[in-house]
Design a binder for this molecule. Sequence first.
Ligand code: ATP
Ligand code: MG
Length: 411
Amino acid sequence: MAKLQNVRGTYDLYGEAKRKMKKVTSVGSEVVEKYGFEEIETPIFEFTEVFSRNLGETSDVVTKEMYCFEDRGGESLTLRPEGTAGVARSFISEGMQQNLPVKLYYSGPMFRYERPQKGRQRQFTQFGCELLGVETPQADIEVIAMAYEFLEKLGLTGSVTVEINSLGDRESRDAYREKLVAYLKSRYDELSEDSKTRLERNPLRVLDSKEECDKAVVEGAPLYKDSLNEASAAFFNAVLKGLDNLGIKYKVNDRLVRGLDYYSHTVFELVTDKLGSQGTVLAGGRYDGLVEQMGGGKVAGIGWACGVERLSMLLEADVSLPRPIAVIPVGEDVNDKAVEIAYQLRRAGFRVEHGYSGNLKKRMMKANKVNAVKAVIVGSDELSRGEVTLKDLDSGAQKNVALDKIVEELR
Ligand code: ATP
Ligand code: MG
């Protein structure tokens, strides 16, 4: 019989890894909620078109990485490879444009058929946010500040750099595309077969090719910054000035582009040198054309998404839970009372462990094993006087406490 195992590129998450991921998403929610973002949960699968039409038909994600399937009704569906397209779809189908700006965040699994390696999985988790309906650079500044504060709260700003670039507006991009095509044609023979096709269909995609031969060509490619029109350059300067003003350090990376078609103007990545070539922990940008392209109105948008696994791998210390209280009955006849005391303590907010079985010694060992801070020892003699024994497991000191004073004593 074949060995029972999970699918390549997927992981069972539990223990320390899960605790760290939960910390990343809970710190993330806490931060973005302060900026007025509300959580949205869209379905894990959508009609394939939601992604294929909007991420770019020639993007790596669409051409190579999507999990598409036909359901029993013959519909072509796709497990979401990213969050923005689904949120934009929901924004349109739920009629949210009535109430701009709309600020949404999400977290959950994404699926991409990639070659699994450290920090690159086939099912992974993203936490992300989308701000829709704001055209001014204030939106860019705010969402980047939010990403920065998020990493700061995780204690990671020391090992992470903010890289930023501008792709400009439609006019600038068209001007850029022309220069790029001329350049790529001049080095046509050096390009990979994939990139030769990209050159025909969507030359901008050559810029994020992962093929070594393409990378060498891209090194010498024209830069977006030389094609920005006045308005786009002014927009980018306003964003940078805003970040300076907040004291957020960044590095302009002229070579930074994003792998999906819907980006314009500001693009940014938060990058660490600690995860090898999987160093981008958070990435995002402006996507002013996306909602319109999907059939909604002309609504500006900007957002980012982080890889929760990659971020949690950077957290050094395990996430500590509060030390529990151990409730320990001495003898069968006080079991029920012990259960009752544990219930009361939990309802009063304490984390309580109950040894479930065994004599006093065994249960004390279990209490130490779970690193309990105190033990509430329930014996029938004490109980008949309305008391229990409270033992400090660090110092060993113990004293009798009236039943109705336990909570007070523990606080
Ligand atoms: P990469 O260049 O590493 O492939 P990407 O540009 O495809 O990243 P995005 O689509 O911008 O990634 O997704 C945002 C974030 O999600 C990434 O910065 C990364 O942290 C995380 N991420 C993307 N793909 C994966 C994956 N296969 N496994 C784990 N995390 C991922
Ligand atoms: Mg990728």
